[in-house]
Design a protein around this ligand. Structure first.
Ligand SMILES: NC(=O)c1ccc[n+]([C@@H]2O[C@H](COP(=O)([O-])OP(=O)(O)OC[C@H]3O[C@@H](n4cnc5c(N)ncnc54)[C@H](OP(=O)(O)O)[C@@H]3O)[C@@H](O)[C@H]2O)c1
Length: 261
């Protein structure tokens, strides 16, 4: 970030109103801090409002603009209300990082994946993004367009025997991302996805607790030999939401240290 004078920060996202789901921890929390530091006004959504309030206070302390909104991705009404809150706060929306997601409650194989697990994966990791994108696009159109980034996963790209429902819903999300990009391009709305590989967040720690050794196996299979940090993933989302990516739409961008190559 550069400064034109002491008080006006000029960053990659200056002047933009950005909505971030799954902002209470992990990649979303890193994105909240990054995007705010790059000049965006951020609206942070998740169920854990205490964590969101802490982040909002930190960002405001650093001179940024941030607000929190409670939202449950399994509840369509809650998602629409959260986007309505953005409209109420700012009257516009320039970018959305649809990043919230949940890992499977139990690991595979697919034969034993429970109905509840499949239903949660469908609602939280797929349907939520459809509902959110439609609301976000409607608000973006009022000011001539915007940009959307959906967090998919390297698990969308190939068979995922330990996480069959997760992988399937993330692949479905890639399809929706591409369709939205083509549908809304004439309206000035760009839509892209990112496919993180193993990323050092609580989601991976929780998976490690269920499947000891999964992080070491992930690192061994990764050309860079380690997980990405949450910030490294957020950086790519920030680029895709910025004007620097003005010709990028319908892309599903790997952020996986080469693990999918
Ligand atoms: N970490 C990895 O290795 C990895 C790899 C590939 C893809 N990803 C994807 O990256 C995204 C972020 O993952 P992460 O690693 O940062 O995970 P995380 O640390 O578990 O954070 C997940 C976020 O999603 C929110 N969330 C989960 N269920 C929700 C619900 N029903 N309603 C609203 N918010 C909900 C959580 O907030 P609340 O609990 O407060 O609601 C939290 O903020 C996810 O889409 C994940 O699938 C992660």
């Amino acid at each position: 970030m550069t400064h034109t004078n002491e008080s006006i920060p000029v960053g990659m996202l200056t002047g933009k109103v950005l909505f971030i789901t799954g902002a209470s921890r992990g990649i979303g929390a890193a994105a909240a801090q990054l995007f705010a530091s790059q000049g965006a006004s951020v609206v942070l959504a998740a169920r854990n409002t205490a964590a969101l309030d802490t982040l909002v206070a930190q960002i405001r302390d650093e001179g940024g603009t941030a607000d929190a909104v409670a939202m449950d991705l399994s509840d369509r009404t809650s998602i629409r209300a959260a986007v309505d809150r953005v409209e109420h706060l700012h009257g516009r929306l320039d970018g959305a990082f649809n990043n919230g997601g949940v890992n499977q409650q139990d690991v595979g194989p697919l034969d034993t994946t429970s109905d509840d697990d499949i239903d949660e994966q469908f609602a939280v990791n797929f349907r939520s993004h459809w509902v959110a994108m439609v609301s976000e696009a409607a608000l973006m159109r009022r000011t001539g367009g915007g940009a959307i980034v959906n967090t998919s996963s390297i698990g969308s790209r190939r068979a995922v025997p330990p996480l069959p429902a997760y992988g399937a819903m993330k692949r479905a999300l890639n399809s929706l991302t591409e369709t939205a990009a083509v549908t809304w391009a004439p309206q000035g709305i760009r839509v892209n996805g990112i496919t993180p590989g193993g990323t050092a967040t609580e989601m991976m720690e929780e998976w490690e607790a269920k499947t000891p050794g999964i992080i070491a196996a992930n690192n061994a299979a990764s050309p860079i030999g380690r997980m990405a940090t949450a910030l490294e993933v957020a950086e790519v989302a920030g680029f895709l939401l910025s004007n620097r990516a003005s010709a990028v739409t319908g892309a599903i961008v790997p952020v996986d240290g080469g693990a999918g190559a």
